[in-house]
Design a protein around this ligand. Structure first.
Ligand SMILES: [Zn+2]
Length: 54
């Protein structure tokens, strides 16, 4: 679904990309999380921010 409005696009990208992903169970966690909310693992990584096509 293409989003024309750049402001909306930026907000959507922020919400989709600025999350942490657990390396153990792949649950999505808040950016500020230090532990996985699902398995309590500390092995979190930032979701990769790949440049999106327009
Ligand atoms: Zn986990």
């Amino acid at each position: 679904m293409p989003i024309g409005d750049p402001d909306k696009r930026r907000i959507a990208a922020t919400h989709l990309l600025y999350v942490k992903v657990c390396r153990k169970c792949y649950a999505r966690n808040a950016l500020y999380a230090t532990k996985c909310r699902r398995c309590k693992s500390k092995r979190l990584r930032l979701k990769k921010r790949v440049a999106t096509k327009k």
